[in-house]
Design a protein around this ligand. Structure first.
Ligand code: PMP
Length: 422
């Protein structure tokens, strides 16, 4: 498609006002003006099926969430240094969804801040500074956290106290956990050789930026044991898989049979309202809490808590975890059927409504073809993007209100795009 004059003006205004650090999706950027459920609409009224947005997890602009947000904003909208029920009602309710050892909840505004706070607490508790992450991990934007987000590329240097390990390899089957843990142990040994005490192993429990790696279930356990044996803590970054997306309960870590020391939360927590946080065992935060205060002006404000509560209401009342499981399996089946017809599709990895589809040419990762598919789908009215170390994995991560009819539309349009590109 060609950029309209109106949209070309917006691009120029962005460049002038926002400067050079921002990137738009797609060769022809999309100018969105409205969202509802799994659909987004551009300024010309064209509808796009959203298969990518895991922030609007219960559906774009869900009326119940919007009403709760507006009502609290119109009543009381201040911070955590006053007594108020909203933050307590929410925390108590959310904590019930975690193993009982995880009994505290702290609030931030972004996932980046949650991970930054997790590291501060872990450093205080362990006396160490070393951080271990996977090779293509993304954990956020702060100075500390960008320093352990290797997916930002060589232009954003890793900290001297950071080590990367290969992501779990699903091809290894039952040996995936042991091999991943050996990588973590090698990183621990290397940190020590440099006089650095390990503080944390932090992973996205569905490894989304490493290409979506949910299976084999259980593979995280040996690595968690290794970091603990080295005196470090395990942080589960649930910003991507959390709040039911994998279709197997609320949290991605549970498929691995482990209980993290801390869990960071974000994106889908407020369905678009900036609310994020950290759930943690009480022990690590003891010294941190004794030494200084934690106050985050907007983190956990009454509007954030009320909005996040409404998100939980919708997840429960609309049965969205069950839907993620059932519709996710249906969609994965549809994609596997497509894979039987197109050599361009390699392996498919799925957990509920989190699906990675590798795009290949002669069985090798093909980033160019992936890029063409992403852009052709955009023209066909489907919003999606790519991920993974080789940028050749279609990342499918729609709002959890995605139904069979939407899965059919997606598979049909992907079919059309693959035929046109063949
Ligand atoms: N962790 C993961 C796994 C993420 O995907 C992201 C955001 N893409 C973050 C942390 C950072 O969250 P935020 O953008 O809210 O700071």
């Amino acid at each position: 498609g060609n950029l309209s004059d109106e949209d070309a003006t917006l691009v120029a205004r962005r460049d002038r006002a926002l400067g050079p650090a921002y990137r738009l999706f797609y060769e022809t950027p999309v100018h969105l003006v409205r969202g509802e459920g799994v659909w987004l609409y551009d300024s010309a009224g064209k509808a796009y099926l959203d298969t990518y947005n895991n922030v609007a997890s219960v559906g774009h602009c869900h009326p119940r969430v919007v009403a709760a947000m507006a009502s609290q904003a119109a009543t009381f909208a201040s911070h955590t240094r006053y007594l108020h029920e909203a933050i307590l009602d929410y925390s108590e309710r959310l904590l019930v969804t975690f193993p009982s050892a995880l009994s505290h909840m702290m609030f931030t505004c972004t996932g980046s801040e949650a991970n930054d706070l997790a590291l501060r607490i872990a450093r205080e508790h362990t006396g160490g500074t070393g951080v271990i992450v996977t090779e293509n991990a993304y954990h956020g934007v702060t100075l500390a956290v960008s320093g352990f987000s290797p997916s930002l590329g060589p232009g954003v240097p890793l900290g001297a106290h950071v080590r990367t390990v290969p992501a779990p390899d699903p091809e290894l089957g039952d040996r995936a956990g042991e091999v991943f843990a050996a990588g973590v142990q090698a990183a621990i040994d290397d940190l020590r050789r440099h006089g650095i005490r390990p503080a944390v192993l932090i992973v996205d429990t569905v490894f989304s930026s490493d290409g979506v790696i949910p299976d084999p279930a259980g593979f995280l356990a040996p690595a968690v044991a290794a970091i603990r044996a080295a005196g470090g803590l395990f942080i589960a970054d649930e910003v991507q898989p959390g709040f039911g997306r994998t279709g197997a309960g609320m949290w991605g870590f549970s498929r691995h049979g482990i209980v993290p020391d801390m869990v960071s939360l974000g994106k889908p927590m407020g369905n678009g309202y900036p609310v994020a946080g950290l759930v943690l065992r009480p022990e690590p935060v003891e010294r941190f809490g004794a030494k200084g205060r934690y106050f985050n002006t907007f983190g956990g404000n009454a509007v954030a808590a009320a909005t996040a509560s409404a998100v939980l209401d919708v997840i429960e009342d609309e049965g969205l975890i069950g839907n993620a499981k059932v519709t996710g399996a249906y969609l994965a089946d549809g994609l596997r059927a497509l894979a039987g017809r197109f050599d361009a599709i390699g392996s498919i990895r799925a957990a509920g409504l989190f699906i990675g589809v590798d795009i290949v040419a002669a069985d090798q990762p093909d980033a160019r073809r992936t890029h063409r598919i992403v852009n052709a789908l955009r023209e066909a009215g489907v919003l999606i993007s790519a991920t993974g170390r080789n940028a050749n994995t279609l990342k499918i991560r729609p709002p959890l209100v995605f139904g069979r009819d939407h899965a059919d539309i997606f598979v049909d349009r992907l079919d059309g795009v693959l035929r046109a590109l063949a």
